[in-house]
Design a binder for this molecule. Structure first.
Ligand SMILES: [Zn+2]
Ligand SMILES: [Zn+2]
Length: 329
């Protein structure tokens, strides 16, 4: 099969690789659409050639059900990014996230991949393959999960720090729910995308001497009530520590080394700090319902590229020019 190979220093090659061999609990999937995740940029920028790819957000067609009676060749499927064992306490709640035997689809920027037979659903006819990638994967799962966790409602003033694909997804979901969203992001292209997805205001944190004060100035001196950290940077911690309104909520989804001073948060500000790790398959029915109730999550997909143009798609993601980009066969 053909697959994307990360060659280091922002270079990709498309080359041959052996077809994946499904484990006994897996089926063989012919990939139709594969999402590029913000988390993959590290490997793309890095110097090391990995010779493979870390695509994991995928939708496709069952190529070989491998004897699993619930599937037939040709079935169009939504595939979950996090695939639990299906038997443990967490999996039975739809929270595969915490399953000790969780699997993730591998190297999905390829012609074929594998999926656990129990971690897929039939793709509804009104959902395109690229949209199915968002609904089954972390592309929409993380933004929705974080937004619901904080209980965002109409009239809330929220703040999203970092507008990569996940941050932009949160802007879109929260604006749809009626919140006034402030998007904090140094990259002007991403700030423009945030406005397009419904942000109320944007802030370039590098253009003002005190970003926390700037956020208070935008909110009648109070600060945003619900703040979402999606950059993984220490500067963000300092920003939400200083800017979040007392009694406010902070949800951390960004990956990176950060140091917290809980004394300041807990004693003096009464903040609630939450984490949100990827997404639960249990969120899927609600996401599908949102998708059909006017959210139009496909707005988050700013680029659908033929698989052979993966280099261009990755470059544009790395430059912050895309919200969510999808490779399509
Ligand atoms: Zn991802
Ligand atoms: Zn499990």
């Amino acid at each position: 099969m053909l697959t994307v190979k990360l060659m280091g220093n922002k270079r990709l090659e498309i080359g041959e690789a052996p077809d994946p061999k499904p484990a006994p609990d897996e089926v063989l999937i012919q990939v139709k659409a594969s999402g590029i995740c913000g988390g993959e940029m590290h490997g793309f920028r890095g110097e090391k050639a990995t010779g493979g790819n870390s695509g994991h957000e995928v939708a496709g067609v069952v190529a070989d059900p491998q004897g699993h009676p619930q599937w037939a060749a040709g079935d169009e499927v939504v595939i979950f990014t996090l695939q639990g064992c299906g038997k443990c306490r967490w999996c039975r709640q739809g929270k595969d996230t915490f399953c000790k035997e969780v699997k993730i689809p591998r190297a999905t920027h390829s012609q074929y991949t594998t999926s656990r037979a129990t971690a897929m659903l039939k793709k509804p006819a009104d959902i395109s393959f690229p949209l199915a990638v968002l609904l089954g994967g972390d592309g929409l799962g993380v933004p929705m999960g974080a937004t619901w966790k904080a209980g965002v409602k109409p009239g809330d003033i929220t703040c999203v720090i970092g507008c990569g694909p996940v941050g932009l997804g949160m802007v879109m979901c929260q604006a749809f729910l009626g919140a006034k969203v402030i998007a904090v992001e140094p990259n002007p292209a991403r700030r423009a995308l945030a406005m397009k997805l419904g942000a109320w205001q944007t802030l370039d944190p590098t253009a003002v001497p005190d970003p926390a004060q700037a956020l208070r100035d935008m909110t009648e001196g109070i600060g945003p009530e619900k703040v979402f950290e999606a950059s993984g940077r220490q500067e963000s911690v300092d920003l939400y520590m200083n800017a979040t309104a007392p009694e406010g909520v902070v949800v951390i989804v960004g990956h990176g080394k950060q140091q917290l001073d809980p004394q300041r948060l807990i004693i003096k500000r009464n903040l609630t700090i939450m984490g949100n790790w990827i997404c639960h398959p249990a969120l899927y029915p609600r996401m599908l319902s949102f998708a059909r109730s006017g959210l139009e999550p496909q707005r988050l997909i700013t680029g659908v590229y033929p698989f052979m143009q993966a280099q261009t798609a990755f470059e544009r993601c790395e430059a912050g020019l895309e919200a969510k980009a999808i490779l399509e066969w």
